[in-house]
Design a protein around this ligand. Structure first.
Ligand code: HEC
Length: 175
């Protein structure tokens, strides 16, 4: 009985560390290639949101929406199009190593690096609907920027806004 318990305990611990593995893996970002889609939203092989750039540099709706939302809520510190400023990091570099889960955690909860030499404070946006309702949009836009797939400035053109995006926006933003 005692051995069985210990085995179960060991198994439990093994599965906990296995579940945490994706974040500590060498490349938590993964291949951005589109593996599936759902009404104009694209996903990579890991099931994380990704961008799609089609003919004539037309981007998917979410990348376009992310461009607008990023440049409404984040550019004051991170610079237009995410290229960084003297007091906040260049996200076109950061997103090469920060994966989807870590990105969500940082934006929801904030991040700080405060010591005697510097005071870097990323605010928490968990209560801000203008960011939370568009978190995936902002992520796919920055992912495209970090991969060099989307340059500076406004995307040349974009896919139509999907019905699902309209419905989710209405329910997330509320009346
Ligand atoms: C008030 C200024 C400010 C605003 C607004 C802001 N950030 Fe930040 N952000 C920072 C600072 C400063 C850091 C660095 C924090 C650190 O080093 O711990 C940071 C770090 C980050 C990081 C981690 C980068 C890295 O290399 O570690 C991500 C991702 C990020 N911000 C995304 C966003 C997004 C998305 C938005 C808009 C929703 C946003 N930030 C808005 C100041 C800001």
């Amino acid at each position: 009985m005692r051995t069985l318990l210990l085995t179960l305990l060991a198994l439990g611990m093994a599965s906990v560390s296995a579940a945490a593995a994706p974040n500590t893996a060498a490349n938590p970002v993964g291949d951005p290639k589109v593996a599936s889609s759902d009404d104009g939203k694209y996903f990579d092989a890991n099931g994380n949101p990704t961008y799609k750039i089609g003919a004539g540099d037309a981007v998917d709706w979410y990348t376009f929406s992310g461009y607008r939302r990023f440049n409404g809520s984040c550019e004051v510190c991170h610079g237009f199009d995410g290229s960084g400023s003297s007091f906040a990091p260049d996200l076109t570099q950061s997103l090469k190593t920060i994966g989807y889960t870590d990105f969500q955690n940082i934006v929801v909860n904030g991040k700080q690096d405060v010591n005697t030499a510097q005071s870097l404070v990323m605010p928490a946006f968990g209560d801000n609907k203008n960011v939370m309702c568009y978190l995936d949009d902002i992520y796919v836009y920055l992912r495209a920027r970090a991969d060099g797939a989307q340059g500076n400035g406004r995307p040349a053109s974009h896919e139509d806004k999907p019905q699902t995006a309209i419905q989710n926006e209405n329910s997330c933003m509320g009346p």
